[in-house]
Each structure stands twice: as structure tokens, then as C-alpha cells.
Design a protein around this ligand. Sequence first.
Ligand code: NAD
Ligand SMILES: O=C(O)C(=O)C[C@@H](O)[C@H](O)[C@H](O)COP(=O)(O)O
Ligand code: ZN
Length: 376
Amino acid sequence: MADSLKTSHIYRVDLGNRSYDIHIEPGCLKGLGPALNQLLGKPARCMIISNVTVAPLYMATVRSSLEQAGWQVSECILADGERYKNLDSFGQIMDALMQARLSRNEPVIALGGGVVGDMTGFAASCYRRGIPFVQVPTTVLAQVDSSVGGKTAINHPHGKNMIGAFYQPKLVWIDPEVLRTLDCREVRAGIAEAIKYGLIRDAAFFTWMQENMQAALALDPAVISTMIHTCCRHKAEVVMGDETEQGARALLNLGHTFGHAIEAMTHYTEYLHGEAVALGTLLAARLSEQAGFAPQGTETAVTDCFRQAGLPLAIPAFDAAMWLDAMGHDKKNIGSRIRYILLHEIGNAFIADDIPADAIEQLIQSYQRPAEPVHT
Ligand SMILES: NC(=O)c1ccc[n+]([C@@H]2O[C@H](COP(=O)([O-])OP(=O)(O)OC[C@H]3O[C@@H](n4cnc5c(N)ncnc54)[C@H](O)[C@@H]3O)[C@@H](O)[C@H]2O)c1
Ligand SMILES: O=C(O)C(=O)C[C@@H](O)[C@H](O)[C@H](O)COP(=O)(O)O
Ligand SMILES: [Zn+2]
């Protein structure tokens, strides 16, 4: 963890002709213009895609950095929220790109959280069959996870991220200082995805997260920096090993089989993605123990960590049949077989594809409170 003393970090995501840098540096937002020139050569037109919350905070800084570097900038401002990660917003981006007549070599810049990033990336992959895109993530979640790795998508009422593409950015430009304006609930949700890396592949980082939780929640610069670069390093390593999720990348889906089902069953309105992932991880931890894969105490350790992070711990009450139906849309499934990411222990996850439906029914029932005694 000695790296945390440095303020600037660059990781290379090595993917042949789709390789790119992840640049992490406090205050770097105002340096995006020169960086884009270095990356793409002679400045031309570009479009910044953001939303109604983030644009008033950071559009001016990014725009002026780009304009000073010679770029002609247009904007597309979307509605804010997971429920707008849909075909309508995708259409809005397409309309803006058509109107601006961006050509094939001219980039779009995603300025926002994971919702803006996922939608911008997907639009970039489709418009003229692919234009360059740059991720400028502004949430904890986007800085530790979604801006890296090239999963781009929009939601469908039946399932999360069901319409999308693998499409890598040309650059990920991370300024941790922008997190200062983030709502506390959003910080907690982002921390859920950071804890995930500890759970799936780095037990020491899980312990470090527990030890530094209060500082992370308070956005202590050194702790946040270490957290972001540790997560980016893990994500880059996983993606470099399995860019299109043929195998081990699926481990990044810990908590997501159940979590995505929670998001879809609640119409993308009740839980933040990170909150749903935390709840999904609790279910995965209990299932891991119940099925005998993980030692007793694993669920408690996970629960304690999420409690420290101030994340929700109550599993929403839906029938097992509803869970199974919602999880039936998961992209990891093979035919009708639902695949789960489970734990052998903290720091060691695996893909389980032979969990019978009755084990899931039992798991769901284990959260249902016994009926209140009838008083006569
Ligand atoms: N592509 C991937 O690999 C990947 C990984 C994880 C999550 N995701 C996706 O990311 C999405 C969740 O991302 P998220 O948690 O960033 O949510 P989000 O994009 O909705 O952002 C959270 C909220 O914070 C606001 N916001 C953003 N930056 C801000 C700032 N600096 N100051 C103040 N407010 C700010 C946003 O407007 C929004 O209201 C989900 O759709 C999820 O599916 C994708
Ligand atoms: O990058 C990945 O791979 C992940 O699974 C990261 C997840 O945190 C993220 O939510 C991702 O969008 C989920 O992928 P999906 O394929 O299940 O939609
Ligand atoms: Zn996620």
C-alpha cells in the first residue's frame, strides 16, 4: 500500500490495439485538454456527455480545458438516474451526435458516474459503428470499477445491462477531488464495489478496507487514492486476462446475480447499484456457507464490513419464484442454468453453475421472518 504516498498513478490496460491508460491524479480534471491532444493528435470536434447533476458542477472545467487545447466542444445533457439508463436516453445521445455531425475520429467524453459512462460507451460503440470515447468518472463507483474494462450498456425492464457491447475507452481520466460533492449514500454504494475486489481476489485489501472504512467514507485523500488505485489495478488485471468474460472476468460479478435481480424487481428506483450489489453479496455469502463451500463466519465477516460501510443489510422480500425468474435473465447463464459467483473464503471467489433451484428457494426462505404468533 506504499503507493498511496504518490499522488499520481498511471495503469496501462494492455489489450493490443485496444490498450489504454488509467490516469489517477487529484485535480487532473483541468488537464484533460492537453491529455486528449497527446492521445488523439490534432484537436477537432468532441462531445461531452453528462447529466443534469454533474454538468453544473464540472462541465465548465472540462469544457474550458478542452477549448484551451483547441477542441470545438458540444454537449449532451441527460436526465439523472438509473431509471434513465434506457433506450430513450440512448436515442437522445444519438440525436445529439447526428446533429453535431461528429465524424469517426472525433471523441465523446463521458463526464459522470457509471450510468453516464455505460450509456456513453454504448453510444460510442454504435455511432458510425464506433468512435473514440474517454471516461471521466465522477463517482466512487465509477472510479473504482465502471470506467475501466469496456462493459457498456443500457437496461431493459426485464434485465440490467441487457443491451450493450464490449467497447474499450481510449483513456480513463480519474480526478478523486470531484468526489467531494458526492452524496454520502453514493460514496457508500461505491465502496461496496471496492470491497468486492477484496472479497474476490485480495483478502489483505478486504482487511485494509475494514481498517480504513471511516477514512474512506470521509474521503480522506490518501485512503481514497489507495482504494482507487488498488481497485483499478485489480480491474485492469482481470480485464487483461479475460476482456470479454469468457471465464474469470465473471468473478467481478460477485453479488450481481442477486443484485441485478433486486434492481430489476424494484424497477431501478429503490436501490443504488452498489447497494443492490452489497445485498446480493450477502446472499452469495450465505449461499456459500449453506452449500458448504465457505467456512462458517464468512457471512458474518461480509455483513460486518457492509455494516461498517453503512450499506443496507435487509434483503427485500420477494418470492423465490420471482428471484429465480429475474435471475433467469442474467447474462452469465448458460441456457436455463443460473450461474452464481460464490466464495471459498474471503479473497477467493469461484463460478458455481450447479446450484439447484431448491437451494435458492431455501436461501430466500431463510430471510423470511417466521409468522407472528396469533394471540387469542
Ligand atoms: N461498466 C461496468 O463495468 C460497470 C461497473 C459497475 C457499475 N456499472 C454501472 O454503473 C451504474 C452505477 O454507477 P454510479 O453508482 O456511479 O451511479 P450514477 O451514475 O447514477 O451516479 C450516482 C449519482 O451521483 C451523481 N453524481 C455523479 N458524480 C457526482 C459528483 N462528483 N458530485 C455530485 N454528484 C455526482 C449522479 O448524477 C447520480 O445522481 C449502474 O448502472 C451500473 O450498472 C457498470
Ligand atoms: O466489469 C465487469 O465485468 C463487472 O462485472 C463489473 C460490475 O461491477 C458491473 O456492474 C457490470 O456492469 C456488470 O456486468 P453484467 O455483465 O453483469 O451486466
Ligand atoms: Zn457492479
